[in-house]
Design a protein. Structure first.
Length: 252
């Protein structure tokens, strides 16, 4: 198994699906989860089972998913505070008086947020950045926005490398960090990085113009998705829609 950024390159049916299919599938799945009433607990169990099945088919290691779930930490902290700060009827749990509406709100944030984050992790782990851009292009995202995203993906590593070299240069001159007096050095470094990135963008633009760039990038992919691929890729999302509809009917 080899990795390329967030991609987990292991070769699976999910990896082979066109990016546009996975993007639509993610959107439909998240929409179904968000539309589900928070009090219908069994529905979220079914959503979790669908995601576990998708992760297993994609052969993405569980530790990768769990490690990347750390991005959800701010939402977890917010959800844990809700039962204490929300108003309304209260109940006692382990000698703590908690708001009933706050508990339901915390569950709503945790359940829907976690399911959405896991679905996004699955997309990023099974789709290369260039394929994602090609998928957005196939979905008729504005060409200018696709071009901006492609440059961002390409030069994010370049800017990160510049930042790393600047940090090494600061430390070689005695910078240790942690003191307010060093904020000036950090601010100067950020300003220099901005100027350097802006000048690099100017040079890249001039180089592209000299090679015939007219404002529109070449198509990243000329291949669409077949009907079979759409059915396979949207199977879990359509199941999620069915669960969401059943959950709303039950909650009426």
């Amino acid at each position: 198994m080899s990795g390329d950024g967030l991609l987990v390159a292991v070769g699976s049916p999910v990896h082979r699906l066109p990016a546009q299919v996975k993007l639509v599938g993610l959107f439909v799945f998240v929409l179904a989860v968000v539309a589900t009433p928070a009090a219908v607990f069994w529905a979220f169990g079914l959503y979790a089972a669908l995601l576990v099945a998708a992760v297993a088919v994609a052969r993405v290691p569980a530790y990768v998913v769990l490690r990347r779930l750390a991005v959800e930490t701010p939402f977890i902290v917010f959800a844990l505070l809700l039962p204490f700060v929300a108003t309304g009827p209260r109940m006692e749990i382990f000698a703590l008086e908690l708001s009933r509406s706050g508990l339901l709100g915390a569950w709503n944030v945790l359940a829907k947020g976690t399911l959405g984050v896991v679905a996004a992790i699955l997309l990023s782990a099974t789709t290369a950045p260039r394929d994602l851009l090609a998928g957005l292009e196939r979905l008729r995202l504005p060409a200018t926005l696709v071009a901006i995203l492609s440059f961002m993906v390409r030069y994010l590593t370049v800017v990160s490398d510049d930042l790393h070299r600047m940090r090494i240069a600061r430390e070689s001159r005695g910078y240790t960090g942690g003191r307010a007096g060093h904020l000036k050095a950090v601010a100067g470094g950020v300003g220099a990085l901005f100027v350097r990135s802006f000048e690099r963008g100017e040079r890249v633009h001039l180089a592209m113009r000299s090679r015939g760039y007219t404002g529109r990038m070449p198509l990243l992919s000329a291949h669409g998705a077949t009907s079979t691929q759409w059915l396979e890729g949207l199977a879990i999302s359509l199941a999620a829609v069915a669960i969401a509809v059943a959950a709303r009917v039950v909650s009426l």
